[in-house]
Ligand binder design. Structure first.
Ligand code: FAD
Ligand code: NAP
Length: 451
């Protein structure tokens, strides 16, 4: 492919550092360049590989979602040394945020919300067998932070509870329910395919604390899971009375109820089943006397939903489960003491990072660390464009401080050419096994292949 180098002003460009290389990072940078502004952008990414949740979140059987990775590829191809990539470089430890701020006119924090989990805060949450979505998703997506992590042995587990009703819950249910054949050609971790091949999971309950009208997943994703169940001979259940009592108001809600009604009861009598269960909040996770370390049951509080809010009825139910996966959202955190969090996102005013209500000149945020851990890629893109517009306005008005130093080159940084070596290696080793890609799942080997 021809390298298309843009014509630039001979004046020194305004320097912008972007922390992260997921969708928020590259959409923010794309918008800066698209405006025609005289800028140079450096990406700092803590992992040796770029793309954030596109690589380590999006389900392996949704490769089309990853097409937007070409935005970053194009930035690297089309802007010469105006765009640089420093992988394997964590801001906050390898390079301080202060050092970055002193070296750039603008610093954009686009580091997402993937460093921690939201917790339920109930008894037994630390029992073996209670795991978070982030752990499970990182495991099946070969995240190098999770090279040594394995979920409980699926060859010994019949009943799984998934807590939460978002799209990630449906991704995880699909991983547990679809056959290894479905996953083999994808870039899913081979460790996961092996675990699925040995799995005896026969009952997956997706449990929500609120009702059918408050669920967070989208119609396309639920239809996909229902289609997989139909094709693979798995029984699907949802309380029929709940469906009949539902009062869908919007077109989306009406379609959702119609879809669930169409598939309810499919493959009745099959040995494997899954269900959508509503108005249940985990109250405690329980181990049995014979194995006091491992979860065996969940006690749920039974709720009513009043004006969209959870109201406990006082009743409880207990269900057997040897594996519980909590999918109640990822958690955002500060990477520097200087930063202020509001819940799961940074304190900011329209993308300008703020502390104690005062905006910090030249410091910005975009994506999940700006909004909290919610929103599909299209939402993240629009949000990132908005932050980029604020940066452009500040660069033009002279609000941003002049850089006073350079950042010392991080010692073990992985540059773009090195990432491409790793990329090529993964594609080739994947192709040899008829997979779209075989990800290298640990830091030492990623660095060895890249160098
Ligand atoms: P991220 O994608 O998380 O990128 C943040 C980047 O910053 C990462 O590469 C991280 O390594 C890096 N980083 C973190 N800390 C530092 C640091 N200190 N220094 C340097 N770098 C750092 N949306 C869809 O539209 N379709 C889907 O199918 C879909 N599937 C999803 C599946 C899962 C499991 C999840 C959790 C989300 C999914 N989403 C999907 C949502 C989508 O992934 C997000 O909207 C999007 O990735 C958010 O982008 P981001 O750049 O803000 O964060
Ligand atoms: P989400 O959509 O915000 O769903 C979180 C779920 O957790 C909700 O059902 C929520 O219920 C529940 N929850 C939160 N706190 C809880 C608690 N204390 N107890 C019980 N339940 C609790 O989050 P997500 O599934 O992690 O997805 C994140 C974003 O990525 C979403 O925007 C999603 O659409 C996107 N995504 C998209 C795709 C796709 O397009 N294919 C795939 C994956 C993810 P309440 O509503 O009651 O709070």
């Amino acid at each position: 492919m021809l390298r298309q180098i843009q014509r630039y002003s001979t004046a020194a460009p305004k320097r912008v550092a972007v922390v992260g290389s997921g969708p928020a990072a590259f959409y923010t940078a794309h918008h800066l360049f698209k405006s025609g502004a005289n800028v140079a952008v450096d990406f700092y990414e803590r992992l040796p590989a770029p793309f954030g949740l596109l690589r380590y979140g999006v389900a392996p059987d949704h490769p089309e979602v990853k097409n937007c990775e070409e935005y970053l590829d194009n930035l690297m191809d089309n802007h010469g040394d105006r765009v640089r990539f420093f992988g394997n470089t964590e801001i906050g430890s390898d390079v301080s945020l202060l050092a970055l701020r002193q070296a750039y006119h603008g610093v954009v924090l686009s580091y997402g919300c993937t460093l921690g989990d939201n917790l339920l805060g109930v008894e037994g949450e630390n029992l073996k067998g209670v795991v978070s979505a982030r752990q499970f998703v990182n495991w099946y997506n070969s995240h190098p932070d999770f090279a040594d992590w394995t979920p409980p042995d699926l060859s010994k587990i019949s009943n799984v509870t998934i807590v939460g009703n978002g799209n990630v819950a449906l991704d995880v249910a699909r991983v547990l329910l679809a056959s290894p054949k479905h996953w083999l050609p994808t870039d899913i971790s081979p460790r996961c395919v092996d675990a699925l091949a040995a799995s005896i999971v026969s009952n997956v309950a997706i449990v929500a604390r609120r009702g059918l009208m408050q669920l967070a997943f989208s119609n396309k994703e639920i239809r996909e899971l229902l289609e997989v169940s139909k094709a693979e001979g798995i029984h699907f259940e949802i309380d029929q009375a709940l469906l009949e009592a539902a009062k869908p108001a919007t077109r989306v809600e009406k379609r959702r109820v119609a879809t669930l009604t169409k598939y309810v009861g499919i493959n009745a009598g099959a040995p494997r089943q899954w269900s959508l269960d509503y108005c249940l909040s985990p109250k405690r996770f329980i181990a049995l006397a014979e194995n006091p370390q491992a979860v065996a049951e969940t006690e749920f509080e039974v709720n009513e939903v009043v004006d969209g809010k959870v109201v406990p009825t006082g009743a409880t139910v207990r269900r057997p489960n040897e594996l519980v996966i909590t999918l109640i959202g990822y958690r955002g955190s500060a990477i520097d003491l200087e930063l202020e969090m509001v819940g799961n996102h940074l304190s900011h005013v329209r993308g300008r990072v703020a502390v104690g209500g005062a905006e910090i000149p030249g410091l910005y945020c975009s994506g999940w660390i700006k909004t909290g851990p919610q929103g599909v890629i299209a939402t993240t893109m629009m949000d990132s464009f908005d932050t980029a517009d604020q940066i452009l306005a500040d660069l033009a008005s002279g609000v941003c401080p002049e850089p006073s130093t350079d950042v010392p080159m991080p010692a073990n940084a992985v540059d773009w050419a090195q990432w491409q070596k790793l990329n090529q290696y993964e594609l080739e080793t994947g192709a040899a096994k008829e997979k779209t890609r075989l990800k290298v799942d640990n830091f030492p080997q990623m660095l060895e292949v890249a160098k």
